[in-house]
Structure formats: C-alpha cells, structure tokens
Design a protein around this ligand. Sequence first.
Ligand code: NAP
Ligand code: ZN
Ligand code: ZN
Length: 389
Amino acid sequence: MTPVDHAEGWNKQRKKTATGWYDNLCRAADPDQVSNHMRRQQPMRSVTAYATSDRKAPFHKTTIQRRDLGPGDVLIKIAFAGICHTDIHTARGEWGDVIFPLVPGHEMAGVVEEIGAGVTKYAVGDRVGVGCMVDSCRECDNCLAGEQQYCLNGPVYTYNCIGKDGRPTEGGYSTHIVVDQDFVLAIPAGIDLDVAAPLLCAGVTLYSPLKHWGAGPGTSLAIVGLGGLGHMGVKIAHALGAEVSVLSQSLSKQADGRRLGADNYYATADPATFKQLKHRFDLIVSTVSATLPMHSYLSMLRLDGTLVNVGAPLDPLSVPASSLMDKRLRLAGSSIGGIRETQEMLNFCAEHGLGAEIEVISADQIDVAYDRVVDSDVRYRFVINTATF
Ligand code: NAP
Ligand code: ZN
Ligand code: ZN
C-alpha cells in the first residue's frame, strides 16, 4: 500500500454526521468497523485511563491498550492532562457521534519513557507534550505547509477519531500514550509540566490567530471570555505587546484579568459596554463556547477590523450582512495550530515566563470539574494529575 492509498484508506472510514463541519473536527467511525478492528488487533500494552461510556455517564477508571512502539514512535508517561471545553462538548455528545468508551484529553505533558528504533528527535527522559493531533496525511498542500490542523484529508485527532491503524484514538486522561515523534512537542526547560499541559491546546489556539492577524505594539485587541483559552489569549497578547481588553460576562474576574496582563476589562452583561466600545478594536478573538450576538461584537471593530472566532458552539453564528459591510470587516475562524507553530508557541511561552493558571485535580474530580467549566467557574484550567489514577 502506498502512503497515499494508506491515507485514503483511513480517511474513507469517516462517517458523515448531521453537522458536516463537526465530522471534520471530530471524526467518528462506524461502531461495527471499530469493533472489527479492535478484534483484529492484538492488545499491546495495557495502561490505566479514565473513560466515559455514555454522554451522561460519569468517568470511571479503566484499562486501555496502546500500540507497540513502531520505529518512529515515542512512549510518553503522562504526568498532567488539561481539561479543555472541547472534551466536554465531545463527551456529552454535543457535536454528534462519539466513539464510546471515550478517553478524552488533548493537552498532555509528561516524560519520554521509551523510543522506537528510528526515533531521532527525542530521548528517554525528555519532557514532552502532545496536543490535539497525533497524525495527518502528511502529503496534502496544507500538511506540506506545516498546517497539519488544516489537513485536507482531516488530521488524526488525539481522541474520538480513527488512527491510521484503524483503531479509535484515545486521549490524555491516561497514564501513557504512544505517538509518532513528528507529533510530539518538546517542553522547554523553565515551564513546569502541570502549567505546560494546557498550552498544547489552549495556548496554541490563541497564539496562532494572534500571530496570524499581527497582534503586537499598536494593536488594540479584545479577548472575549476569560476561561481556559481566553486567559492564555490575555497572557500571550500582552507578551506580544498589544493593548489587551477582556470582554467577560461580568466584572467578577477583573482583578485576575488585570494580573494576567489585561489593560482594560469590561462586562458584556452591561449594555453600556457595547455603546462605550463602538469602533474601538482592530482585532477581537472570541473564545466563547456559546453562541453570541455577533452583530454586537462586530460593532466594536474599527474599519478593516477582524473578529476571529475560536469558540465552537453547536449552533450557527448568525451575522447580518450589513454588520460586515459597514466597516469592511472580516469574520474569521481559526483551529489550534500546526506542529511547527505549536513548538514556536512553547518556546515563546518559555522565553516570556508564561504558563497556564491551573487548578490541579485528582481523577475522581473530573465530573465535578466538567460541571464547573460549563458554569464558567474555572480559574483557569483544570489539570488532572495522573499520579492519582
Ligand atoms: P472555557 O474555559 O469554558 O471558557 C469559555 C469562556 O466563555 C467562559 O469562561 C466564559 O468566560 C465565556 N462564556 C461561557 N458561556 C458564555 C455565554 N453563554 N455567554 C458569554 N460568554 C460565555 O472553555 P475553553 O476550554 O476556553 O474553550 C472555549 C471554546 O473554544 C469551546 O467551545 C471549545 O470547544 C473551543 N475550542 C476551540 C478550539 C479551536 O481550535 N478553535 C480549540 C480549543 C477549544 P467569562 O466567564 O469570562 O464570560
Ligand atoms: Zn482543546
Ligand atoms: Zn494532509
């Protein structure tokens, strides 16, 4: 089988969902096909994980199988795994099909425990991380440009996806993972593993659009939502030299926002905020997990301004045409970042002394943490300590 055939082979296993876009974000497989593959594959390495077996079920301790090391593979002992709101959208079936039992987690940091015979990038003992992708086709224009997150054949996401071996991928709520070296990131000295883990998704999801749209000295920008993604956006945008405003539902986290680097802080529950901030920003990045009245946020942009949406609510974003035309505005989206850019972000964070603000939890607190994230009661990322498994 040529590499192209191989890529097409695994891509054909995609199952269409009602919401086509999420099919790409969160590729799910035909359950029969999955179990056939599971039966064909020999279990290789049993590791402990936390899984949920249904969209309403609590997490439970379980054992999963990780593949044996191929020549380019790295076995990572995971120390910490962040809880991203995407884990919750997925586990609760908000985006469509889920491969249960599901082991979420795409923000993990740990140490290399073993390497395959052909591994050149990492050695045993290295501090490493894994984010939202564990592979991609590597041949399409976007992969060749280093933008694997936009792989035209769909990246292999870290969980709830089908790997090139035909088995469901399982994420970071586990003690170990096996990942091809090309999708492993080096965590620079100076960032502790617990505060590094959330950078692998939250960090790069904000770093990428901030860099792409040129945030820096002279840019007036707003971050909407001070949660896991939003708080990293404030830190990174401040370090890039931009003037940073936070648009939060209330002023309850104002002191934190300013400590993290915000110059200004506004409550969107107060209608006066939208009047006061009309024509104020060059760039707005929305990290909100719910649908927002887009026209109100667009009204805060200056001529030629851009609103980048990275939040992923299920419902469509509704935009009156005139709210874009009036000031030649752009409404854009952005998905995580490529592997090269993720490494660049980690190096940037190390240089600037940036890590996530975290609350470390034990495995038995995952369900409570999910509810608290949904209630916007997170300061600002829950990180699971896998030593509690
Ligand atoms: P999070 O920690 O829950 O943060 C979201 C924040 O949005 C909340 O803290 C809250 O901030 C605000 N918010 C929540 N509900 C709201 C509502 N009804 N109205 C207005 N504001 C509301 O979640 P996260 O982990 O940062 O993820 C945020 C979203 O990004 C999720 O939908 C996730 O799936 C998506 N995501 C996308 C990518 C990508 O590549 N594009 C990557 C990762 C995650 P305040 O309390 O400050 O208002
Ligand atoms: Zn995420
Ligand atoms: Zn590709």
